[in-house]
Design a protein around this ligand. Structure first.
Ligand code: GDP
Ligand code: MN
Length: 385
């Protein structure tokens, strides 16, 4: 689960990690008032669940309260498109207004899980800022790593070694070490899967502070943190993803035109790969799970049809616990009233498959039944071609 930068900075502050002085606002008038109170140049930062805001125009430097109002007016209420959001962007409903900080140097710092070694990993670079991805690709020697044994935790010698790798020693080195240890404590206590500070800055006043903050909580640990669940901003999800979540359907919107209804995450991934292979871009990932009810299938099918980009649907079901006739009835409940004439290709195998196919063929849906995944993917692409 992701949270906004302003929430992550509140969290950092509670762990003693220095952040710029700031105030979250949701209107242009509030932005103006805040800039007036800060009495000097400010940055306005669009709060969305994606990075790359600097490159996407979501970070604005303003000199006066009037400029703050004008910039806030342009940002608020509109989607912001960045290299990380996809072409539709994400809605900007809040801005973080911060007092401008003079930057001497920008570093990168994060803690995440290294799945290969099963350890936590502290990552830092002396080349932080908006081009960190290019640095990682082109100059990997500038990215430093320290693996952390979860049973022992981050030791101060490791943090000190990292500070030295960034060229920070003496008093600055010590504040950097304190910051890393605090960040690690936050990461562990809040069950995060990622904490990232990019940039971590050395200010022109000679202080170290977290200028940006990204925190991802581990969804599997959310039950231990009711306080974290409350931080979630539903506006950052696609409305169809929110609706799917209510029915416990794993749905992720994608950019193609072929809607997919599948049972099992592995089969769903294979289905997307096969469609892609056949030249048909999928409109979504959708896993109804094992043993879904007729109602859940119907809801899943309605969600697929709600997506305007969908021009055809590919249903791929392996009936084990799931019965094919229940799937067929669910689809008919959702779309069998004559309202849907999109081409539908159904590949079903397993439990009650004959009854499932019979129901579909007898319905007034524009449906073709096939026997294999490869054939199904090719057929739906052909029907849309
Ligand atoms: P991101 O692009 O979404 O990661 O947003 P960031 O919060 O990292 O901001 C992008 C860049 O904007 C940073 O790398 C800084 O160079 C610049 N920036 C952000 N806040 C400030 C600030 O308070 N003062 C100055 N001078 N630059 C800032
Ligand atoms: Mn950043």
């Amino acid at each position: 689960m992701n949270i906004h930068e302003y929430q992550a900075k509140d969290l950092f502050s509670s762990y003693g990690i220095p952040v710029p002085e700031g105030q979250v606002v949701s209107s242009a008038a509030e932005a103006e008032e805040t800039a007036l109170r800060f009495a000097g140049p400010c940055v306005l930062k669009a709060q969305i669940h994606a990075g790359g805001r600097g490159k996407g125009g979501g970070i604005r430097l303003v000199k006066t309260p009037e400029e703050a109002r004008a910039a806030a007016d342009r940002l608020l209420g509109n989607p912001l498109i960045t290299p990380q959001t996809g072409p539709r962007g994400l809605p900007v409903n809040r801005l973080l207004v911060e007092r401008v900080v003079g930057i001497d140097r920008e570093y990168y710092l994060s803690i995440t899980l290294d799945r290969t070694t099963g350890r936590y990993c502290l990552i830092a670079s002396e080349a932080g800022g908006v081009d960190i991805e290019e640095t990682a690709a082109g100059s990997p020697e500038k990215i430093h790593r320290q693996l952390i044994d979860p049973a022992i935790g981050l030791r101060s010698f490791q943090a000190r070694r990292m500070a030295l790798a960034l060229g920070l020693d003496g008093k600055l080195g010590e504040s950097c070490v304190r910051l890393m240890l605090a960040l690690y404590r936050c990461f562990i206590e809040k069950d995060c899967s990622l904490v990232e500070v990019n940039p971590l800055v050395l200010t022109t006043d000679g202080a170290i502070l977290a200028m940006d903050a990204k925190v991802t909580f581990d969804d599997n640990a959310l039950f231990r943190h009711p306080e974290e669940q409350q931080l979630f901003d539903h506006s950052q999800l696609d409305p169809l993803e929110v609706r799917a979540g209510k029915f416990d359907i794993a749905y992720i919107k994608m950019d193609g035109n072929i809607g997919c209804l599948v049972n099992g995450a592995g089969l769903a991934m294979a289905t997307l790969d096969m469609l892609q292979e056949c030249g048909g871009p999928p409109a979504n990932f959708l896993d109804v799970g094992g043993g879904a009810s007729r109602e859940k299938i119907a809801e899943a099918f309605r969600i697929i049809l709600q997506d305007r980009a969908v021009e055809g649907v590919f249903v791929n079901i392996f009936g084990g616990i799931m019965r094919c006739d229940i799937v067929a009835n669910g689809i008919i409940d959702a779309a069998g009233d004559g309202s849907c004439n999109l081409p539908i290709v159904v590949r079903m195998a397993g439990s009650h498959v004959d009854e499932g196919k019979r129901l579909l063929v007898a319905s007034n849906l524009n449906v073709t039944c096939v026997d294999s995944l490869g054939e199904g993917a090719a057929r739906i692409v052909e029907r849309l071609g």
